[in-house]
Design a binder for this molecule. Structure first.
Ligand code: GLA
Length: 389
């Protein structure tokens, strides 16, 4: 939906006023490599994508918070007190969680009216939720002149998901949708937030996302379970080593200290994934810098295997998509992306073989899983911003 149509819908809903709505936009993100490392102090390598959430917003004289979206039916008009409580499992929890963060920071926001409109597919592992939280945080900061810096907004959007929505996510998604740059991916150290923007020079290759369209059941509780499993592994390992995060372990140090995890093979495998994935991010970025896309692709396959076997976050549909990709000429690498338990795979493919991959998915995926997949070609894009006409 274009911005003039959104403005029309905004005025229709909230009425004309002398101060027109301001328009903000935040993208989604795809993680190229480095999953389930962020909340373990490790490296990730995401980029912002050319799908995102547009927000039209304007302060209002009423103290109420008014929320609507072109994607969902629910419309909410809430007082400050009502806005402090979780609203079932609904999308408005993301903006409400952000409002609560401003409150916690001692910032008394006035009332406002807003209309969201997004095209990041939900539940696809492409951060539709971070896109909504970040665009809300960024826009509120601007329209109420709060003067907060981008990193503070990133942390507030993350805390909104941790404290209000109840997902113990790391910082990757909110950071990537805030700091994205055109044609770059970010190597982010999630412990220190040191970040290198790396040019994504793909020449005649494309990044293709394939959505498994698998319903993600219980994905939030399984995600939180992985967070606790790694916390448990760290607790035990930090008694016998000097590490304060799992990502600080080398593969050697982990295997030397395997005995402390002797009573839990699960904890050992979770830790092994984090350590190997952190290492893969460094090797993948080095490969990219050397223009060695084949090496990058091979690391994507290794990453998928580790997420599947050690971290247990893959699924039959995701494995089927990766297997189809592996057997397709011109595909250099493929892996699940984001939290897993369904969602998308990310594929690095020679441009002139993209159609072949899509045809092969069309022929085999439904046969193997009973589901039908769809695909998106993405370009690495700019992070959150105000859209000025
Ligand atoms: C979700 C979370 C992120 C990250 C990924 C897995 O997207 O929001 O913080 O943990 O899963 O890498």
């Amino acid at each position: 939906m274009d911005n003039s149509e959104l403005s029309r819908q905004f005025s229709e809903r909230y009425g004309e006023s002398q101060s027109p709505a301001r328009v903000f936009y935040a993208p989604g993100r795809v993680n190229l490599i480095g999953d389930h490392t962020d909340y373990n102090g490790g490296l990730v390598f995401p980029c912002a994508i050319n799908f995102g959430t547009t927000l039209l917003i304007r302060p209002s004289q009423k103290r109420a918070i008014q929320l609507a979206s072109t994607n969902f039916d629910l419309v909410a008009v809430l007082s400050k007190d009502q806005a402090n409580q979780k609203y079932g499992d609904h999308w408005i929890n993301y903006p409400l969680g952000v409002v609560q963060q401003f409150d916690k920071a001692g910032i008394d926001l006035g009332g406002f009216e807003c209309l969201f409109s997004g095209n990041v597919p939900n539940g696809a592992g492409l951060s539709s939720s971070a896109s909504v939280s970040v665009v809300t945080a960024f826009a509120l900061n601007e329209i109420f002149n709060c003067g907060l810096d981008p990193l503070t907004l990133v942390r507030m959007a993350q805390s909104a998901e941790n404290d209000f929505v109840g997902v113990q996510c790391g910082v990757m998604d909110q950071y990537a949708v805030t700091m994205g740059q055109c044609d770059h991916a970010m190597m982010l150290d999630c412990e220190t937030l040191a970040c290198e923007q790396v040019p994504l020079v793909l020449d005649d290759h494309a990044i293709v996302l394939i959505n498994s369209n698998q319903r993600r059941e219980l994905s939030e509780s399984k995600y939180n379970e992985r967070v606790s499993e790694t916390q448990l592994a760290l607790e035990k390992l930090s008694k016998v080593t000097d590490v304060t995060t799992l990502a600080q372990l080398t593969p050697r140090k982990l295997s030397d200290n395997r005995l402390v995890l002797a009573d839990s093979d699960t904890a050992y495998r979770r830790a092994r994934h984090v350590v190997s994935e952190h290492d893969r991010v460094q090797r993948a970025v080095a490969a990219l810098r050397n223009n060695d896309l084949h090496a990058f692709g091979a690391l994507m396959y290794e990453s998928h295997q580790s997420l599947r076997d050690d971290y247990d976050v893959s699924s039959e549909p995701l494995d089927a998509l990766v297997d189809i990709a592996r057997e397709t000429k011109g595909v250099l690498g493929a892996r699940l992306t984001g939290a897993g338990f369904g969602g998308c795979t990310v594929n690095l493919v020679e441009k002139n073989q993209v159609q072949l991959l899509l045809d092969r998915v069309e022929t085999h995926y439904q046969q193997l899983t009973g589901l039908s997949a769809n695909s998106y070609q993405i370009t690495p894009s700019e992070g959150v911003r105000e859209m000025r006409s």
